[in-house]
Write a protein that binds this ligand. Sequence first.
Ligand SMILES: [Zn+2]
Length: 436
Amino acid sequence: MEDGRKIFHGEIGIEDGKIIYVKEGQSGNSTGEGALSGREGGCPGMRNAQGTGAAWDEEIDAKGNLVMPGFKNAHTHSPMTFLRSYADDMKLQEWLFDKVFPAEAKLTGDDIYWLTKLAVMEYLTSGTTAVFDMYKLKKDSARAAEETGFRMVFCGDMNDFGGTVEEMEQDYLAYNKDPDSLLSYQIGFHAEYTTSREHMEQIAALAGKYEAPVCVHCSETKKEVEECRERSGMTPVAYMDFLGLFHNGGCLFHGVHMDDGDFDIIKERGISVVTNPASNLKLASGIAPVKRYLDMGIPVAIGTDGPASNNCLDMFREMFLVTGLQKVVCDDPEAVPAMDVLKMSAVNGAHAMGLTDCDTLAEGKRADLIMLDLMQPNMQPLHNIEKNIVYSGSKQNVKMTMINGKVVYRDGEFFIGESPETIYRNADRISERILG
Ligand SMILES: [Zn+2]
C-alpha cells in the first residue's frame, strides 16, 4: 500500500499474529499457482505457521483474489446499532438531543455488549479489521471485541453529561498496558459543544501529562461553529487549540466547516482528520474539504460514524463517497483518485488510531488483512484493481477478513464464538425494550 509498489503474485507467512515474510512468487510448499495480490503483499499461499520449520497449520489458497491491509473505520459508535433506522430525516440537533440521547440513557452494559457484537459482524463483512470507537461503558464493548477477536481502539467520549477525566486516565493506562492486546485507547471527548471549558482544560492537562493526542468531533455543522464563535470568539478548532488540547496532535472527526486559520492549525499541530461522508450527507451537515486537506499534506482517514446516522458500517460506500463528492465540489474529476482513497482507508486510518503496526502488509506488521474476490462480475476486467475496489467494489467482494492472524470471517461465515442468530435475537430484544 505504498506508492510505487506494484500488485504482484506472491505469498505471505504469518506466525503468532504477525507477518513474518512477504515475498513475490511462491515457495515449493505453496498450493497456489499464482494469483493477483495486494500491494505490500498478496498471496496464492497465505500460510499460518505455529512453531518453527515449514510445518504450517493452515495454507490459504488466494488464487484469483487480492490480499490487502484491512480497512480501518476511523470513526464510529458501535453500540448505536440499536438506533439503526429509528430516527432519520431529522435535523442533527433535534436528532441528537430529542431522539438519540434519551434512548442511549437507557442502555445497560449488557446491551452494549450485544450491540457491539452486531456491529462487529457488519465490520467484518465490510473488510474492516479495526475501528476507532467512541462510546460509554467501554468494558462491555471490550468484552465483545475480545470475544469476537476484533481489534478496537477506544476514544474517550467524555462530555458534561457523563464521564470524568479520572476515568479517562484509568482507561488510558489500562487499555494501553499490553501492546499485544486487541484493545487500545486514545484520549478524546465528545465535542466542544457538549463539554465545558473547565472539562476541556482538564483533558488538555491529561493529554499533556502523557504527551498524547486528543480526538474529538469537530466542526461537523455550521451551527456548531457559529455557536462556538458566539461563546468564545473563535472557531472550534482555534478555541480547542487555544485551550491546549492539540499540543501533541490529535484527530478531528468530521472537520466539515473550516476557515483558513483552522487549516493552518491542523497542519501545524500534525492533526489527522477523519471524514464521514455518508453521515454528513444524511444529516445535511455539508461536505468536508478533503482535497484541500490532502493538498496541504494533512492526513485524512475515513469513518462511517455510528449506525444511527449513517445507517450502515460499510467502508466501500464511504470510499466511493469520499472521492465522488470531492470531484463534484472541486469541479475536478482528477480530485482524490482511487489509490489515495485506499491509502486513506487502510493506512491513514491506522495512523490516526495509533495502530502503526497494522497499516501495511510487511514483515513484522500485524496480520490484519482482507482477501477480496476478484472473480466476480463487478471486478472484471482487471484493467486497474485499485479503481475496481473504490469505484466498483462492494462488500460482496470481501471473501475473508483476518485479524491478528486469525480468520474471523470467510465466505459468509463468522468465526467469532457466537452464532449470528443469537446476536440478532439479543439486538432485537434490546431495541424492543428501549424503543418499543
Ligand atoms: Zn460521531
